[in-house]
Design a protein around this ligand. Structure first.
Ligand code: 5CU
Length: 375
């Protein structure tokens, strides 16, 4: 029997052009190069930029795994991954000045496209990409980039954070962008970056006490949940019924909270806005989960995956690794526990008898949904 196809839909890069962009900056996000040739440091969150911490120790090291595609290819080989759909890592182009955003988006997206073309000329269908959007530019420029991305042979969607044009994802000014995504049928990969305000966790001292655990384990998933719930509440899925969205980290907490969201909406059919009487969304969250939303399987446990399958469906769930985040802590040569945990969670969610569902989550769904072209 031939081995199952494995496709990684959640795997990030910082192309060399993006590293140069970050290196030229002195405010978050930026890259600091320590003396003595140590790995560069990426200062990505404002909480990383504590003046009390020496610059050489701020943020996190960014080794070659972030920008050298050969390191990603080695990682794929080590974990039996046949194909990766790479995306720019956070915070994408959110911080780029308005008048530079278009140029940077084109440069980075062209880099992603040519990296995929080069790699695939050696081994066909190994690499595809989600493009980045120039979201600080006017929406007409974002729309033009979406239409251009549609013409690039290896681009299968776009990655976006939760701030949209700066006012969140229920901003009516985003309608032109939702419309362009719907028209081109490019998948929107919605990914967190900003987390929750530090007060939600007890303040900066509490966050510092536990490192990145609270912002990453809880802030990220709740950020995603809030963002997609705002889309739902503002009727984005009523107006753009064919919009296709892939939610990072198995939808944050959306599968678990969907019933509660639905119940609260039903009890609040009309929202009092600006002293007026705004109707709630026409479509329910369960319907949206089964028609507009796809989830990755990056949740590190079968309980989370079971919620994702129950809320969506086994044919809307796709394997991911989150590479190069969460590398092994001790032995660089071992398989990454962050990846093997996700493989095990998929196996135990479906059980060994359901190899068909396992195969779909590992690669079959991504092949179908992203039209990757595997037989
Ligand atoms: O968990 C994750 O996805 C990430 C990510 O994408 N970026 C990051 O800075 N930390 C964790």
């Amino acid at each position: 029997m031939s081995r199952q196809l494995i496709v990684d839909v959640h795997t990030h890069v910082y192309p060399p052009s993006y590293m140069a962009l970050l290196r030229a900056r002195k405010t978050v996000p930026y890259i600091h190069d320590p003396a003595e040739g140590a790995d560069p440091r990426l200062i990505i969150l404002s909480s990383d930029d504590d003046p009390a911490t020496p610059p050489d120790e701020r943020g996190r090291p960014v080794d070659a795994s972030y920008s050298d595609i050969n390191v990603k290819l080695d990682f794929m080989k080590k974990h039996d991954i046949d194909c990766s759909v790479i995306s720019l890592a956070n915070p994408w182009l959110d911080f780029v000045p308005k008048d530079e955003a278009q140029e940077w988006a084109e440069r980075i997206n062209n880099d992603l496209e040519s990296t995929c073309a080069d790699v695939n000329s050696e081994k066909d269908k190994s690499l595809f990409a989600f493009g980045a959007l120039p979201l600080s530019a006017p929406s007409s420029i974002v729309v033009a980039e979406i239409k251009r991305l549609r013409t690039l042979p290896h681009i299968r969607g776009v990655i976006m954070g939760t701030s949209g044009l700066g006012k969140g994802l229920d901003d009516p000014d985003l309608d032109a962008i939702w419309g362009a995504l719907e028209e081109t049928q490019l998948l929107l990969f919605l990914h967190p970056h900003y987390g929750l305000p530090s007060e939600a966790f007890g303040g900066p001292e509490v966050i510092a006490r536990y490192g990145h655990v609270l912002p990453l384990a809880l802030g990220f998933p709740l950020e995603t949940t809030i963002a997609v719930t705002r889309m739902l509440l503002s009727g984005v899925f009523d107006r753009f019924e064919r919009l296709q969205v892939l939610l990072a980290h198995s939808g944050g907490t959306l599968p678990f909270l969907a019933g509660r969201i639905e119940s609260c909406v039903l009890h609040e059919r009309k929202f009092v806005a600006n002293g007026g009487d705004t109707p709630g969304p026409k479509r329910g969250v369960w319907d949206v989960l089964k028609t507009n939303i796809f989830l990755d399987a990056v949740v590190y446990g079968s309980a989370g995956l079971q919620a994702a399958v129950a809320a969506g469906s086994h044919d809307r769930l796709m394997f991911g690794t989150d590479h190069p985040f969460f590398p092994p802590l001790h032995d660089e040569d071992e398989k990454w526990p962050s990846v093997t945990t996700n493989y095990k969670a998929i196996d135990s969610c479906f059980g060994e008898k359901d190899s068909e569902s396992i195969g779909m989550v590992l690669g079959g769904n991504a092949n179908r949904i992203l039209k990757l072209g595997f037989d």
